[in-house]
Design a protein around this ligand. Structure first.
Ligand SMILES: C[S@@+](CC[C@H](N)C(=O)[O-])C[C@H]1O[C@@H](n2cnc3c(N)ncnc32)[C@H](O)[C@@H]1O
Length: 234
């Protein structure tokens, strides 16, 4: 997994990259909402199940799912966990709400239209925050990380499952060539772990490659305490 941690972040890469902003994310997922489960549900299923299994091993009970999308993960949580989901896309959230109703998921306490980079929750509102296939979509992943760290109590848990850019080889070339398509796709194909966090500074507890073929990685870590967050922000 070291090669993933070593892959350069956006500032160091220096190749063409189309910026995603909140409106382009909304527009992309307005288009994806109707077909998302069919197109992505299968390939992303392994990583999603691993991430929720990791959440289910933790005490909780207050869980925030960031970028909940169509709610594919919602039926997988332990029923004693109180889950709140947020997303920028109204159309994706509508699908998640239909799922909560049809599967009678009484432990899902709210599905809210909210920007993960500027959350309306008070500090320490959750014990766990999890973002599945969302870190490479948000316009600024460092802000996502800072906000998830803020709304989770110190010592709580942050989990991410995502595709992280390769350090070299054919995959690196493909990801690099696709980078300008980010606005159309709705995610950054060349997203690196360093765009989210600094693996040398942030307390990563676990990194695990997920099927198929290890293209996704589960990252689990502790939420930094407030003084450490303030230092990191300086
Ligand atoms: C690739 S989908 C993943 C959905 C879901 N987590 C899953 O596992 O299928 C990414 C989701 O992140 C949402 N998203 C992107 N940027 C966001 C932001 N700044 N705040 C909240 N949600 C965001 C998108 O609207 C989309 O629903």
């Amino acid at each position: 997994m070291a090669d993933i941690g070593m892959a350069k972040g956006a500032e160091e890469r220096g190749h063409a990259r189309a910026a995603l902003d909140a409106d382009s994310v909304r527009e992309a997922y307005r288009r994806w909402a109707g077909v998302y489960d069919t197109v992505f549900g299968g390939v992303s299923g392994f990583g999603r199940r691993r991430a929720v299994a990791a959440v289910n091993r933790l005490a909780g009970p207050r869980v925030l799912e960031v970028g909940v999308g169509t709610g594919l993960a919602l039926p997988l949580y332990r029923r004693d966990l109180q889950v709140v989901g947020i997303d920028l896309s109204r159309e994706m959230l509508e699908k998640a709400k239909e799922r909560v109703e049809s599967e009678r998921l009484g432990n899902v306490g709210g599905l809210l239209e909210m920007d993960a980079e500027h959350m309306a929750f008070a500090d320490g509102s959750f014990d766990i925050a999890v973002a599945m296939f969302t870190a490479s979509v948000v316009p600024d992943a460092k802000k996502l990380f800072a906000e998830m760290s803020r709304v989770v109590r110190p010592g709580g848990h942050l989990l991410f499952v995502n595709h992280f850019a390769a350090e070299g080889g054919p995959r690196w070339w493909i990801e690099r060539a696709m980078a300008p398509l980010a606005r159309r796709l709705g995610w950054h194909p060349d997203f690196a772990l360093r765009d989210l966090l600094d693996p040398e500074v942030d307390a990563v507890e676990r990194m695990e490659a997920c099927p198929p073929a290890g293209i996704f990685t589960l990252v689990q870590m502790r939420s930094p305490d407030a003084p450490a967050r303030a230092l990191a922000a300086e």
